[in-house]
Design a protein around this ligand. Sequence first.
Ligand SMILES: Cc1ncc(COP(=O)(O)O)c(C=O)c1O
Length: 378
Amino acid sequence: MGKIDRRDWLKTSSLGTLSVVFGGLGISSAADASSSKYLNTYVKSPIVRLSSNENPYGPSDAVKKAIADSFDKLCRYPWQYHKALLEKLAEKHGVSTDHIVLCAGSNEGLYTAGLVYGGPESEMISMTPTYLAMLDYTKQFGTFIHEVPLDQSMLPDLESIKKRITKRTSLVFLCNPNNPTGTLLPAIRFRRFCEEVSEQAILFSDEAYFDYIEDPNYPSMIELVKEDKNVIVSRTFSKIYGLAGLRIGYLVTRPDIAARLRKATMASVNVLGTFAALNAMEDQDFYQFSLKRNKESQMFLYKLYDEYSIRYLPSNANFVFADTQIELPKLQKFMESRGIIIGRAFPPYTTWSRVSTGTMEDMEAYAKVFREAMNTLR
Ligand SMILES: Cc1ncc(COP(=O)(O)O)c(C=O)c1O
């Protein structure tokens, strides 16, 4: 720690303030969490981060080892190693490697599709609220976005979306399970809708949370890709595999569409990400462990909300969307001042709050401050 004692430094730094505030929650501060000078100096992490739907348990030990083992390959470009990852992904999904586009997180895939299919002559259609990465990105190229409100059950209003399709529609974006609601469309309706839309435009199915769906027979729209439809599916290693920080994702689509998108990608996956992804797919124990822990945290949140008769949507993902009846900015500020970071606002649901499933320790800390908020703000 150099000249000043670490305890003195903590007292005078903002991390020190946080450690005082959160001492009562029984959680160690970010400063305690790592001996790395860079982590301590530059990453003033909030104590409990429940805002970005990450998997707090990742990466698994096996993946950490695979990443470390790949260090001495960092002097090489990653392309030669991509072959193995493409082959593994192709095998997993029952397609050829020509169907896969590797991306730096699925966000790069979303941006790429926004770039390739957007522009002043194009219109895209989506529901609102939903995940905005592609839509926000493509707006800068002049793409007009139709935002169709969710229906009464807070599911995508498929009929209204279909009615908006015209000759100018280049792409329909559907996130299923949806972020922020965590809802899942009934399988048959979903598949039929995607099939119909793909006759008129590109149907983009964002399946970032697909692994959390409990029904083993729930269809991925990769099924339609295999039938040569105009469909693009995005998947990620950021959620169930706990690798959000490495940026690894991919698209699955027809080879001619994949070739077009591949040309427009800019970052792709690096060497560490390639080996991490290859090994993550083999680590079934961690995958099952993450699902189990996610369920436990979901149940914890449901129980907490039930105590206050708060309405929530049963989730098919690693977050829960609930109507606390407190305007979100107010709740967010209250929670943040006590070190709990929750999801952003999703208008028009201004009193709803999206909370990611953290570790049980995170959940206990959240509950403690949430109870305080309910007593103070409601
Ligand atoms: C629906 C959805 N799609 C894509 C992403 C981006 O994930 P990635 O880390 O793969 O870029 C997220 C991240 O939260 C998401 O919620």
